[in-house]
Design a protein around this ligand. Structure first.
Ligand code: HEM
Length: 190
């Protein structure tokens, strides 16, 4: 996966660099089963390709982080593609109309002051590498695609992170969520 571009497509099907090990419907409709996932940097408005399912997102600017949070993140967040990070999670998320009806300052207050999303997340760096893709304005089924990479030794820690976030007020606004887990193809699951 290249790290320089903005538009990305996640394709599930019979081939790909990641083997899908779990595909769980968390809220709303799930996604069909498929054995592999590939991640592609694509040109803007690339034509659709054949896949069991696919989703597109764009790397964008931060909406909510303040200056100290931005600097803290920049200081400790690792890059994707670390050799030891052979596990991944792809968690596409859609938020409700009530979420999008709020003002930016109200959404920020729920994300951080009430839910501590950024504070909780920072506790799991640098074990987990993350990337957020926005897709609400691309006419996709989801509003966000979230992607995480970690070593097998941090798999339990990742479960704690996800459980803590799902227990927050922010997550009461999540109306669709699918949790897909992956292992780097060619790597044993242990
Ligand atoms: C690895 C630790 C994590 C850190 C450090 C972290 C940090 C952040 C930060 C800083 C933002 C705000 C970006 C902005 O300013 O626009 C954000 C947004 C988001 N994160 Fe996390 N996060 C983590 C884990 C997770 C996990 C595990 C999930 C999913 C289960 C998740 C889902 C999201 C979503 C959907 C957004 C977009 C929220 C919105 O714009 O409404 N994050 N995260």
């Amino acid at each position: 996966m290249s790290s320089g571009g903005r538009h990305f497509e996640f394709r599930a099907g019979t081939a790909g660099g990641w083997r899908i090990t779990a595909n769980a419907q968390v809220s709303g409709a799930g996604l069909p089963p498929a054995p592999f996932l590939s991640v592609h940097e694509i040109p803007f408005a690339a034509p659709p390709v054949q896949a069991a399912w696919s989703m597109r997102g764009v790397r964008s600017h931060d909406r909510y982080v303040n200056r100290p949070e931005k600097e803290r993140l920049a200081a400790i967040q690792p890059e994707l593609g670390r050799a030891q990070a052979t596990r991944a999670a792809l968690i596409p998320i859609r938020k409700s109309d009530a979420w999008w009806a709020m003002a930016q300052d109200e959404r920020r207050a729920i994300i951080e002051e009430k839910s501590r999303h950024i504070t909780i997340g920072l506790q799991h760096l640098p074990a987990v590498a993350r990337r957020l893709y926005h897709c609400r304005d691309l006419g996709q089924e989801f509003d966000f695609i979230t992607w995480f990479e970690f070593a097998p030794m941090h798999a339990d820690q990742f479960e704690t992170l996800v459980a803590n976030l799902r227990a927050t007020q922010e997550w009461t606004f999540v109306d669709r969520e699918v949790d897909i887990r992956l292992t780097l193809a060619g790597v044993s699951q242990s």
